[in-house]
Design a protein around this ligand. Sequence first.
Ligand SMILES: [Mg+2]
Length: 218
Amino acid sequence: MQVLGFELIDLIGIKGVLLDIDNTLYPYQPSHQVAQAAAATALQEYLGVDSVAFESAYKVARTRVHHDLEGQAASHSRLLYGQKLVEVLLGRTDFEASLLFDRVYWDTFLKTINLLPEAKVFLEQCRETNIKVCLLTDLTAAIQHRKAIVLGLADYVQYMVSSEEAGVEKPAAAMFTLGMEKMDLSPADCIMVGDSLEKDIKGAEALGIRAYQISILV
Ligand SMILES: [Mg+2]
């Protein structure tokens, strides 16, 4: 695995860092694939359906949730994916099944994530130079709190803004302004660090915040 970008970050004169979590501090895809497979197997066994039926219902459910909740944190909710895919398969809600899908997905996911060494060095640098760090992340608050703890971010990070809290997702300005508000800093004092050109980089630059793109090549 190759991680590019952290070495280019210039912290001179910077007082605060707005920092993406997913696919910036750890590689997202490998964890997602393992978690998705575990959650799919658990639900197939629980419902007694095969993988073809599952996959087809999952696609319908995910597309529907994305469409209905576009631009909101809950558009990524595994609980809602689970709930809707069960509704597609059974024609009704099954509370246990929805929760099982969500629980197996996230419990598996969180067991597989580790803070990248490059990210750790960067965060240590911020801590040593008294630079504030605010996580800026598109997802529901509960799971991002759990990720922050599992990744060991509590020692390095003072603030978090999730898209559930902001009511909108990156690149919306509200995400960035809320982060700067928490740190009590202006755009000139901050940088943004993240993997997404559209969300992290363009979102920050629209507000005059210098931004650095991280690339993880798995
Ligand atoms: Mg990301």
